[in-house]
Write a protein that binds this ligand. Structure first.
Ligand SMILES: NC(=O)C1=CN([C@@H]2O[C@H](COP(=O)(O)OP(=O)(O)OC[C@H]3O[C@@H](n4cnc5c(N)ncnc54)[C@H](OP(=O)(O)O)[C@@H]3O)[C@@H](O)[C@H]2O)[C@@H](O)CC1
Ligand SMILES: [K+]
Length: 501
């Protein structure tokens, strides 16, 4: 699992290494600047081989200090470099000031605000370095920054200026410098993987500057093959998932979920459908079993069979059936995934749901469902972020999980999974995990089924939800263009095989 850091955690790691005497701030800054120049060379070898004009925008802190290092290294490599500083050279912190001094032996330091007033002609540059603000950004950037979108290749040092490193949100209505390439140091920050981060960063490179690992608390989900491997044994040894279906003509969502649960390795999967939907479901199912579950009372009776060890309900149920079944399901205290209508059904009284949830449950809301159950958290998340560190999707999901008393998987390109104990993971479907074809009808139902299947196999809720999120995206990436929800369970065998399952 890759760790992600907050700005404060990154500062603490850096300070500890410097205090221990293992490295100096100046060395770290040099390594950071060198890392950016190396990444530029790797990404644009043609431009690096025939260096043109480069624009370096440096800020008043150590991000600006990195900018001075980069200006020097680019100039030494043959680029014509123009450097503009926001703020005064005398007020730079010590390491940045030392690098400003070294730069002054090679080129001039122009005043950025004056240049912007006069009008900065960005079209003359092939490369622009954004070293204005990094992890130290705490308030909106009050600068009329030039639009670089049609001009030079833009490289953000550490994080695009204007983005909060802890939330990936834009601070205020201030400027946001979108980059083609972002080079960060030591580890990803939360802002690279949440909210607007991935869209603003372009490609992301993490450059090692020789700091010890550890210090972060939220990891990015990576596959755990042990979660997928199937040990020898009877089918009942791999669990029995029950997926509840909606009425006739609305059974597709539950059937998709059931198929995903079976493909991910649950020993048995049963679809529980109301009487009017039995014929429709029977015509569609083979390996998946079918039982008549008319209402909550019927479900309670059925759950007398304790081999049914994981439930999935929500997709296609309709709110009334969803509420009735959810109450019965939660009373039975089984591992249970609640999605879609099973969340919306409690929009008028979320506390009634929270009172019944227990630690073996997983809620899988998308943005709208999250707002219905946790309106105050959603409001905080959508209110403009005036200061950094801003309230993040990670903060909101953690609070939601604590309130619900169970695991919450808050869907999105930046899926956040948190348990009621505060443990959390992020699955970022961007950069080398981008899965644009996953935005398709029914994909969420498949995710519900994957979680239920892994719960049936005995995984803990946080692990089941995290690994399901990874499998879901991996299947979409493997299938690629033209993907529809039905393809996801069918692509799973190849995904699992590749993971050594
Ligand atoms: N940590 C590490 O290991 C390494 C870090 N390195 C580099 O250092 C960067 C972090 O440096 P940093 O802490 O000096 O912060 P940075 O982003 O340069 O901001 C500077 C100051 O600006 C201020 N300020 C804030 N918002 C503002 C606004 N809107 N408008 C005006 N001013 C504003 C605020 O000060 P304030 O005014 O609030 O006192 C803030 O402190 C990091 O991103 C990386 O590039 C590398 O060298 C390698 C090792
Ligand atoms: K920056």
């Amino acid at each position: 699992m890759y760790e992600t850091l907050t700005a404060a955690q990154m500062r603490a790691i850096e300070a500890e290494a410097i205090e221990a005497g293992s490295v100096t701030g100046l060395t770290l800054m040099e390594r950071a600047g060198q890392g950016v120049v190396d990444a530029i060379r790797a990404r644009w070898p043609d431009r690096a081989a025939a260096p043109g004009r480069a624009l370096v925008l440096a800020g008043p802190g150590n991000n600006g200090g990195d900018g001075f290092v980069i200006a020097r290294l680019l100039k030494t490599a043959g680029w014509q470099v123009d450097l503009f500083l926001f703020g005064s050279p005398e007020k730079l912190p010590p390491d940045a000031k030392a690098n400003a001094q070294r730069w002054s032996e090679l080129g001039e330091t122009h005043d950025l605000e004056q240049a912007l007033e006069r009008g900065l002609d960005v079209a003359r540059y092939e490369l622009a370095i954004d070293a204005l603000f990094g992890t130290g950004l705490t308030r909106p950037v009050a600068l009329p920054l030039p639009d670089l979108s049609d001009g030079p290749a833009v490289v953000a040092v550490d994080i695009p200026t204007g983005l909060c490193a802890d939330s990936g949100r834009r601070i205020g209505q201030g400027a946001l410098m979108r980059a083609d390439l972002t080079v960060t140091f030591h580890a990803r920050k939360l802002g690279h993987v949440l909210a607007e981060g991935p869209a603003a960063c372009g490609a992301l490179v993490v450059h090692d500057i020789g700091l010890p690992s550890g210090g972060g608390e939220t990891g990015l989900v990576t596959p755990d093959p042990r979660a997928f491997q199937k040990h020898q044994g009877h089918k009942y040894g791999h669990g029995h998932a029950l997926v509840l279906s909606g009425p006739a003509t609305r059974t597709g969502a539950a059937r998709l979920a059931a198929r995903a649960a079976l493909r991910v390795g649950a020993g048995l999967v049963t679809l529980g459908a109301p009487r009017d939907a039995m014929a429709e479901c029977a015509a569609q199912l083979t390996a998946i079993m079918l039982r008549d579950v008319e209402d909550g009372a019927a479900l309670t009776e059925m759950l007398g069979d304790d081999r049914l060890n994981a439930l999935a309900l929500g997709p296609g149920l309709g709110p009334d059936r969803a509420r009735d079944l959810a109450i019965a399901a939660l009373e039975a205290r089984r591992a249970t995934v609640l999605d879609a209508d099973a969340l919306t059904a409690f929009a008028d009284d979320p506390d009634a749901l929270f009172a019944q949830l227990h630690p073996a449950c997983v809620l899988t809301p998308h943005g709208g469902e999250f707002a219905r159950l946790f309106p105050d958290l959603a409001d905080r998340l959508s209110a403009p972020a005036e200061r950094g560190p801003a309230y993040s999707k990670l903060d909101a999901t953690r609070e939601a999980a604590a309130r619900a008393g169970c695991t919450v998987l808050y869907k999105g390109m930046d899926t956040v999974i948190a348990s009621q104990t505060g443990a959390a993971r992020i699955h970022c479907a961007a950069y080398d995990r981008a899965a644009p074809w996953l935005a398709t009808a029914g994909a969420g139902d498949v995710l519900t089924g994957l979680i239920a299947g892994l719960l049936a196999r005995g995984l803990f809720p946080l692990t089941a939800a995290s690994q399901a999120a990874w499998l879901h995206v991996e299947a979409a990436r493997r299938f690629g263009p033209g993907l529809i929800a039905e393809d996801l369970p069918e692509t799973l065998p190849a995904v699992l095989r590749a993971q050594g399952a």
